[in-house]
Design a protein around this ligand. Structure first.
Ligand SMILES: [Zn+2]
Length: 487
C-alpha cells in the first residue's frame, strides 16, 4: 500500500496553485488574481508594478553576493480558458475550480471544467520561487500578462520596460523536457473574386458536390500531418470536371483551422451525374490511401435544386486556377527544429452575392519568409483578377540555437535528468513572438511541465513533472551567474 498524496511537495507551489484555483480568472477578468499575487509580493517587500494593459511585474532583488547575475524574468499569463463539460452548470466569473488527484495527475474534480494549469502552474511556480527566502539567486522578476488566450492582448500592449531582463523564461510550454526556442508569426489574407453570375442555361440539372470526413486541426501545429485540406480536394475535383458550372462554393470555418468540409452547388448536363459520382468515389478511394483521413471520408455528388444563376465560365476558371495554385500547406520544414518553418492554410471559401471570398493564414518563424509567401499568394490571385487585402500581421520568434546561455541551461538539464532536452519550436503564435518584436534580440526560452488537454474539461497536470520542473527552474536561477558571460 502506498500512502495517499494529500499535499504534494513542493508545498509552496501547490499552495500557490490552490490559491489561484480559488479565484476565478477567465480571460478579461484577471484583476482579482492579479491583486492576490501583487498583495503577496508587497507583503514580502517586493516591488510591484502594473501597466495600462493590466500586466503585472514583480521584482525581487538579488541575494547578497549575486548582484552581478543577469536578471531572469519568469513569464506566464494570468488568464485561463473557461470550459465546462456539457452537463455541468458552472459560473467561471464566480465559482472556484475544485481539484482532485488521480493516478499522479491533478485535474478539476470529476473533469467537469478546465483546470487552469495552463498557465496557473507556471504562475504558482514563479510565485513559490519569488517568495522563497532560501532561494540564493540573482535578480529575479515575474511578468504575468493578461488575455493571452483571446489574442495575446497583454503581450501586444506590454510596457516595454516590463521586458527588461537578461533572459526571459516563458513558463507556458506543456511538455516536460521541451525547450521551445521559436514560434511562428502570421498574416491573414482576404481575397475577393467577382463571379459575374449569368442565368443558368435551360436543360441543366442541379447537383451538390461535397467533401467530408477529413480531420482538419490547427492550421499551424497540425499543418504538417498530411491530413489534406477539404477545399483543395474540392477545387481539384472541380478543375477536372469543366462541365460542372459552379453556382456556389463554400468550405472551412475558422482562419486557424484546416478545412474539414467543403461543398459546391453546381449545374450540369442531366446524364452526367452518375459518371461524376462514380469518378468522385474513385478519387476518394485514392485519397484515402494518400491522406490521413477518417474512414468515412467521401466525395459525394447528389441531385440538388437547379440554381438560378451560375458563375461565368471565365470567373469560374479564374477562381479555380488561382486557389489551386496559391502556396498552401507546408512551404518549408526544419529537421533541426522538427517543425514546419513556413506554411499557409487556405482556410475559408465563402460564396457571397456576385463574388466569392477566400481567406488564408500564412505563418513563419521568420517574418520575411511569411511576407514572401503572402506576396506569392496575393500575386497568384491578383493575376486572376482578384482583389487582396492583408491584415493582422503578428511577429514570429526566430530560434537562436547557438546561444551560450542555452548551452549552460542544457547542461544543467542533462546533469539533473541524464537526458537531452528536446530543442524545438512551435508553428503557432506565442507571447514570446510578440516580445521579440518589442525587444529584438531578447534572450528567451519557453519551458513547462506535462499538461494534457489544455482548454478542455479533461485538462490535467502531472504532479511529478511539476516537481521536476520546479527543481530544474530553481537550479537554473541559482546558477544564473554562469550565463552572464554568454550574453
Ligand atoms: Zn497558456
Amino acid at each position: 500500500m502506498t500512502a495517499e498524496i494529500s499535499t504534494p511537495a513542493p508545498e509552496d507551489l501547490w499552495r500557490q496553485f490552490a490559491a489561484i484555483c480559488a479565484i476565478p480568472h477567465p480571460s478579461g477578468h484577471e484583476e482579482a488574481l492579479r491583486e492576490m499575487l501583487a498583495r503577496q509580493a508587497r507583503d514580502a517587500g517586493l516591488a510591484v508594478r502594473t501597466d495600462h494593459a493590466g500586466n503585472l511585474r514583480i521584482d525581487r532583488p538579488a541575494a547578497p553576493g549575486r548582484e552581478n547575475h543577469p536578471l531572469i524574468l519568469l513569464q506566464g499569463h494570468l488568464d485561463m480558458v473557461p470550459q465546462a463539460d456539457a452537463g455541468t452548470v458552472f459560473d467561471f466569473l464566480h465559482d472556484p475550480i475544485s481539484t482532485e488527484i488521480r493516478d499522479g495527475w491533478m485535474s478539476s474534480t470529476g473533469n467537469r471544467t478546465s483546470l487552469g494549469a495552463d498557465n496557473g502552474i507556471g504562475l504558482a511556480t514563479a510565485m513559490a520561487l519569488l517568495l522563497d527566502p532560501a532561494l540564493d539567486a540573482g535578480p529575479l522578476a515575474l511578468l504575468a500578462t493578461v488575455q493571452e488566450e483571446t489574442g495575446m492582448d497583454g503581450a501586444f500592449q506590454v510596457d516595454p520596460d516590463f521586458l527588461e531582463c537578461g533572459l526571459l523564461l516563458n513558463l507556458d510550454t506543456e511538455t516536460e523536457g521541451e525547450f521551445c526556442l521559436g514560434c511562428a508569426g502570421g498574416v491573414r489574407l482576404e481575397i475577393r473574386f467577382r463571379t459575374d453570375p449569368v442565368p443558368c442555361p435551360a436543360g441543366l440539372k442541379g447537383a451538390r458536390i461535397a467533401v467530408s470526413g477529413m480531420k482538419g486541426g490547427h492550421s499551424g501545429t497540425d499543418i504538417g500531418l498530411g491530413r489534406g485540406n477539404a477545399l483543395s480536394v474540392l477545387l481539384d475535383f472541380l478543375a477536372g470536371h469543366h462541365t460542372c458550372r459552379i453556382a456556389e462554393l463554400n468550405g472551412g470555418s475558422l482562419d486557424n483551422a484546416i478545412p474539414r468540409e467543403a461543398a459546391a452547388l453546381v449545374a450540369m448536363p442531366p446524364d452526367e451525374l452518375p459518371t461524376l459520382a462514380a469518378h468522385a468515389a474513385e478519387i476518394a478511394r485514392e485519397l484515402r490511401r494518400k491522406l490521413d483521413v477518417f474512414p468515412d471520408f467521401a466525395i459525394t455528388v447528389v441531385p440538388a435544386g437547379v440554381p438560378e444563376k451560375i458563375w461565368s465560365k471565365e470567373a469560374a476558371r479564374r477562381v479555380i486556377d488561382a486557389l489551386r495554385h496559391v502556396p498552401n500547406g507546408v512551404l518549408e520544414y526544419s529537421e533541426a527544429l522538427q517543425s514546419t518553418v513556413t506554411s499557409s492554410n487556405l482556410a475559408v471559401v465563402q460564396s457571397l452575392p456576385d463574388e466569392v471570398l477566400a481567406r488564408c493564414l500564412t505563418r513563419s518563424f521568420d517574418d520575411a519568409k511569411r511576407n514572401a509567401a503572402a506576396r506569392d499568394i496575393a500575386l497568384c490571385c491578383v493575376r486572376n483578377g482578384a482583389s487582396v487585402q492583408s491584415s493582422d500581421p503578428y511577429p514570429g520568434w526566430i530560434p537562436q540555437l547557438e546561444a551560450g546561455w542555452l548551452d549552460r541551461i542544457t547542461a544543467i538539464y542533462r546533469e539533473m535528468f541524464s537526458t537531452e532536452p528536446n530543442r524545438m519550436a512551435v508553428h503557432a503564435g506565442l507571447e514570446c513572438g510578440i516580445f521579440a518584436a518589442h525587444h529584438p534580440g531578447l534572450n528567451m526560452l519557453s519551458i513547462g511541465p506535462d499538461i494534457e488537454n489544455p482548454h478542455s474539461p479533461s485538462e490535467r497536470v502531472n504532479i511529478a513533472s511539476v516537481e521536476r520542473f520546479y527543481r530544474f527552474l530553481r537550479r537554473v536561477l541559482q546558477e544564473s551567474g554562469l550565463f552572464y558571460p554568454t550574453f
